[in-house]
Ligand binder design. Structure first.
Ligand code: NIG
Ligand code: FE
Length: 419
């Protein structure tokens, strides 16, 4: 038998195996399996992980290198127009996210995104996806939420679906019509909620999105409004996600659990009950440390300094809540497309250990988008989405920071030409 591709002599193959059916928690979350040797690839799939030198059409020598599953970035707002870099100085000098939001924030991006054509969004999106791929991400979830009317939410979904046709990255589209009430509905919230709900039907009919997400927050939607929208999405067979407890405690985690959402994301102000409910319902907690870092939320002097976060995250882990990590890449609250950066920040700010961080960025993130049978680990039959890093041991990836160690990215068994 001749393989299509053989990666040989890797110093460490981080397989993350054994958790395709249930996300890793407890003892399993503290372990990653490490193998020294070869990976055989055929028909875009992983055939074997061993030490045998099968014949292959193409061979990569990975001596002294680390091989990991491609990252799964399970929460992003990658499609958007414009930049808010001018705001950033204000954030750094201590203004809170809610303050900034009143003066532009998400709504500024909505203005810019409404003005952009599908082609503009696709052109920018392709560039962002290239950066992600070259930093080791091979699957990404992308949300709408900067259109906030029928025409522009659908435009965003068309752009997301177009990106999937044009780029090797695997993309999971999410409808986030309930990101913010747009200015034209400021005095008619119920009118906007009706619009968000009506659009679900069109989206389902045209199969434009797999998930429905809601920003359940004092600067987004109330518990009751979020529930109404998510229940409608569920009725139409969409899978659910919730932006929960980001800037305040709003029972978003409890709501996600109650409705059987696949994930609840952010969770800075999650309650004890929120943790218990999510655990019981199997809802995954997606943590976004890039937001904490970018918004300077742990630095004394910040209006609402979140010094409690490491303890809270430890409580979630100790209570065996399944945890995933993601960038939340967007124009406001997190500006990196690199999951390597997120791993580095998770260690420094959230005090997570290497095994926890890697499990949360690969297999548990695959669970957070319902793809754990296909990706997220290096095991027989899974897609050959693999990244070879230019370092001898996986810990170096997290210990170093601010650089890109991804050397070779393999997507569906094919070597990607990095830009
Ligand atoms: O996940 N929280 C709401 N939405 C995004 C931020 C979007 C933006 O600032 O443009 C988030 O942090
Ligand atoms: Fe987000």
């Amino acid at each position: 038998m001749k393989l299509d591709l053989l990666i040989k002599n890797a110093n460490e193959i981080i397989t993350v195996k054994g958790a395709s059916h249930i996300p890793k928690t407890g003892k399993a979350f503290q372990e990653i399996s490490i193998v020294k040797g070869n990976i055989g690839i055929k028909y875009g799939r992983i055939l074997n992980v061993d030490n045998y030198n099968y014949k292959a059409k193409q061979v990569i020598d990975a001596t002294g290198k680390v091989v990991m599953p491609g990252f799964i970035d399970c929460h992003t707002h990658l499609v958007h127009a414009g930049s808010r870099h001018y705001e950033y100085e204000g954030k750094c000098s201590g203004k809170s996210y809610s303050d900034i939001d009143k003066k532009g924030g998400i709504l500024y991006t909505v203005e810019q995104t409404r003005k952009a054509s599908i082609e503009d969004l696709v052109e920018k999106g392709l560039k962002d996806l290239d950066i992600m791929l070259s930093h080791g991400t091979t699957t990404v979830e992308i949300k709408t939420g900067y259109g906030l009317d029928q025409e522009n939410e659908i435009k965003m979904l068309y752009a997301i679906n177009e990106l999937q046709k044009k780029h090797p990255m695997t993309i999971i589209p999410t409808y986030l019509g309930a990101h913010k009430v747009p200015p034209e509905y400021e005095n008619n919230r119920q009118g906007y909620i009706k619009l968000v709900k009506d659009l679900i039907l069109t989206i389902k009919k045209e199969n434009l999105a797999e998930y429905c997400d809601v920003f359940c927050d004092k600067i987004g939607f109330t518990y009751k409004e979020s529930k109404e929208i998510l229940e409608e999405a569920k009725r139409h067979g969409m899978k659910l996600k919730v932006h929960a407890e980001q800037t305040n405690y709003n029972r978003g985690a409890e709501l996600a659990a109650k409705l059987g959402a696949v994930s609840a994301d952010h969770l800075d102000y999650i309650s004890k009950k929120g943790i218990e409910d999510m655990k019981a319902s199997g809802t995954i907690g997606v943590l976004l440390p890039g937001v904490t870092y970018h918004l300077t939320e742990m630095i004394p002097g910040h209006k609402k300094v979140k010094k409690f976060l490491p303890k809270k995250i430890r409580r979630m882990i100790e209570n065996e809540l399944p945890i995933a990590l993601s960038t939340d890449y967007n124009p406001g609250s997190c500006r990196t497309q690199s999951m390597q950066a997120i791993m580095e920040i998770a260690a420094r700010l959230y005090r997570m250990n290497y095994a926890e961080i890697i499990n949360a960025s690969t297999i548990n993130a695959a669970h957070a988008i319902g793809r754990s049978n296909e990706i997220g680990s290096i095991e027989f039959g899974k897609k050959a989405d693999l990244v070879i890093y230019d370092c001898e041991e996986h810990g170096i990836l997290i210990d170093k920071f601010g650089i890109n160690l991804a050397k070779i990215v393999i997507k569906n068994g094919k070597i990607i030409n990095l830009y």
